[in-house]
Design a protein around this ligand. Structure first.
Ligand code: C5J
Length: 224
């Protein structure tokens, strides 16, 4: 069984029972000219994750392990968009409105799409989620159960929002989560640091953290 050097202690996993979760690597969050940048964020903070995620993704694909992608967004009629989420921030151009890459966080629009570098393969499930967590109002848990998954390797954006919410949801459902520090990112460096510390604090209260390099080293030492 591969063992990864991690915080707060080594993380062991059975590859066949482990899925790679890639959270919300969408154009509107990562690309210049998208919703994230329109809100005043520096998207280069998030773009550092693309290459390390691609390398881990390649490894999972080579070993034919389960890869799951998520996208945050809403139905075009916005019936799954809570009024509180729509009005939050008092934005003149917010969720559901026409933004720089089509209607913001609406399924089927250009900005809602996963970035070209990490396009899902046809056999990789894509979870459309209306919330920050990947389990809320989705069939993620059913898919994990049907594949016998017990551990998740977690990547994506943003660390303190959708990654954290998902890891907390997963933890409460009994999944072991390993978060890859260079494969998750925040627009705010301070949030990135603290959010990662929070996951591994108190003996791993929500899970483990490590680098993509440490995970790949563990795979190389013990290929499945
Ligand atoms: C946010 C996300 N930050 N994917 N979404 O609104 O973290």
């Amino acid at each position: 069984m591969p063992v990864v050097s991690a915080l707060p202690y080594a993380f062991s996993f059975e590859p066949e029972k482990t899925a790679l979760l890639i959270i919300d690597m969408q154009r509107d969050f990562l690309e210049p000219g998208g919703f994230g940048e329109m809100l005043g964020n520096d998207v280069s903070q998030l773009r550092t994750t693309i290459e390390p995620i691609r390398e881990v993704l390649e490894r999972f694909r080579q070993q034919q392990l389960l890869v799951i992608h998520t996208r945050e967004g809403h139905r075009p009629d916005l019936t799954d968009l809570p009024a509180s989420k729509r009005s939050r921030g008092n934005l003149s151009c917010g969720i559901g409105d026409v933004g720089p890459m089509g209607r913001i966080l609406v399924r089927g629009e250009a900005g809602h799409a996963i970035i070209d570098e990490l396009q899902p393969l046809p056999n990789e499930p894509v979870i459309d989620k209306p919330g920050k967590g990947s389990f809320y109002a989705t069939d993620l848990q059913t898919i994990l159960q049907n594949h016998g998954i017990t551990s998740l390797i977690v990547t994506g954006v943003t660390t303190e929002v959708c990654v954290h919410t998902t890891v907390r949801e997963a933890n409460d459902r009994g999944y072991e989560c390993l978060v890859l520090t260079d494969c998750v990112a925040s627009y705010f460096p301070e949030f990135q640091r603290v959010a990662l510390e929070m996951i591994a604090a108190q003996g791993g209260i929500f899970g483990w953290t490590t680098s993509s390099e440490a995970l790949i080293t563990a795979f190389e030492k013990e290929p499945s």
